[in-house]
Every structure is written in structure tokens, then in C-alpha cells.
Design a protein around this ligand. Sequence first.
Ligand SMILES: [Zn+2]
Length: 169
Amino acid sequence: MIYPIVKYGQAVLETPAEPVVAFDGALEKLVSDMFETMYAARGVGLAAPQIGIPKRICVIDTSSGEDPKARLVLVNPVIVAAEGKQVNEEGCLSLPDFRADTPRPARATVRAQDVQGREFTLTGEGLLARALCHETDHLNGILFIQHLSMLKRDSIKRKVRKMAKAGQW
Ligand SMILES: [Zn+2]
């Protein structure tokens, strides 16, 4: 099932999500729907709050569906280490058409559980490090625009307000 994606402005995107405690068939179905929704939207990552579900779950595929081994499910993820710095263009399915150079760690390590509840640790560099940080941020109610300068962030917020007023958001 493909879910509609919640856009910036909805409270669920700026509220910390709840931990997952039940590793059951419902979670498996939700994760599979999240992949379907992410691929349909041509994203490389999706967090559950972006489909209106306030749970600590995200999916990532930096290969955009090309490499099955790149499919990642992170349940209850926590960034446990980060080093270096990269600045690259970043966007978000909840802020369509807005992209901005965003600072992130060059390397990030996440500790999470898989869909069965087994704990694992994963280190990513480059785009994967960016995705790990971006998606984990979502579960803490943080959007990428919070890593931009106030000037840049306010300019995006202003444009969104204008579009919302015009019924285009
Ligand atoms: Zn996002």
C-alpha cells in the first residue's frame, strides 16, 4: 500500500516519535508499505512520521531500488558516533522541491533493531551517513531545514506559507 506523504507544517513531523515495542506481522507490513511508498516517491529514505505514523521506524535505500542489499530497515535507531563533516545538497519528501546545501557528518554510526527486533550497528559514509542522520532526525521531530542558516530556513518557510495560502501545498 502506498501512503500519502505528510508535508511540512503537520505537527507529526515536528514531534518525537514513540519507540517500537511490538515486532510482529503488523510491523513487517508497515515496513513493506514504507518501502513501496518511498520508491513510488523516488526517495532514498522515509521515516514513519512522514506517512503520519508517530513510530521510530525508517527505511533507507541509497541505490534507489537498484541494489537489494542496499535496503535498510532501522527500528528505534540512535546515532551513536559521528565524525568529520560534509556539505551537500539535501532534500526531503516532506518538503518537495526544496533542496539546500546541508552540513552533515562525513561518517555516522547508528545502532538500531531490525524488523525482527535484533539489534545491529552500522556505519555509513557519504550519502549513507547523510541518510542515516536525516532519517534518525525525523524520528526526533527534526527536519533538514533546522541544519540550515536561519536566513535560508526562513526563506523556505516563507515560500511554503505562500504556497499553502495559494492552496499549492
Ligand atoms: Zn526527510
